[in-house]
Design a protein around this ligand. Sequence first.
Ligand code: OTD
Ligand code: ZN
Ligand code: ZN
Length: 345
Amino acid sequence: MTVSLTLRRPDDWHVHLRDGQMLAAVADATARQFARAIVMPNLKPPVTTAAAAAAYRDRIRAAVSPGLKFEPLMTCYLVDGIDSDELVRGHAQGIFTAAKLYPAHATTNSAHGVTDVRHIYPALEAMQRIGMPLLIHGEVTDHTVDIFDREAVFIERILKSVVADFPALKIVFEHITTKDAVDFVRDSGPNIAATITPHHLAINRNAMFEGGMRPHFYCLPVAKRELHRQALRQAATGGDPKFFLGTDSAPHAVETKESDCGCAGIYCAPLAIESYARVFEEEGALDRLEGFASEHGPRFYGLPLNPDFITLERVATPVPPRIPAAGTEIVPFHAGEVLDWRFVA
Ligand code: OTD
Ligand code: ZN
Ligand code: ZN
């Protein structure tokens, strides 16, 4: 008899859906499993106005196959000196769910990001007032700081002062990768939460160097030591409502990953819930997957839980080595592996 698992339909609280042909290729992978997703604004050019976000939302809706019910939740890319009225208006119109802080040059397409957090203080003031969440890519960009330390140093140098200056601001510390971040979020007030990706639960930094350079395990923030992965697994599977699902699925064409300057990003959307299910099963916490995947996120964002349910079956599920997309191919996370769970509907 096949063992199955039924969960309230989950949401993805952090995803890169891209644009154009790539959007057309990847949209269904997210929309199949997730009812809603927080869509990252790091397009070229970045999404910095409500009009641009509304147009992007239309393109996403058009890219999703008819029959899939999916709600893209849009974010504003914060830039130095951004007009807080634009944020407030976009939020009031139901276009912006949240705004995203990229420190300039911290990750893919972040060149227009914030050079000093004080340059967005008026925006943070307004967001605190209206209850609009701030999503943070939490890494310093100081090249004298070791790349593996950039998240921990960000907490000390920047995040602590933002939290002190805006004590009621809702903050999601995105795609956390360290025990330092887990501890910080746990010890903060209820307005501070974090998303955790499938890949940071599954791999440590060794994966990038296993028998040679492995560009498909390279993403930002970069995977850390095993002790950090263990802390993330405890946080995700421990039932604490401050931690919830955010895949950070970030597709790149294979030739741009396998290059002399390979792009950062892991495409984990196609088997996202299966990947999380493996972690929760390994930790003996399958009964807590639903909270992490489907309840903690909406509660933090103040949105209703999804009314429908999904089913996973415990059957061997081979992951394709490559997925055709946009005239080329993408190597998905877990390529060539066999996962134990399969999303059915
Ligand atoms: N990290 N790649 C990308 C974004 C994320 O920092 C992130 O959220 C991307 O390609 O957009 C990545 O490695
Ligand atoms: Zn990021
Ligand atoms: Zn991301």
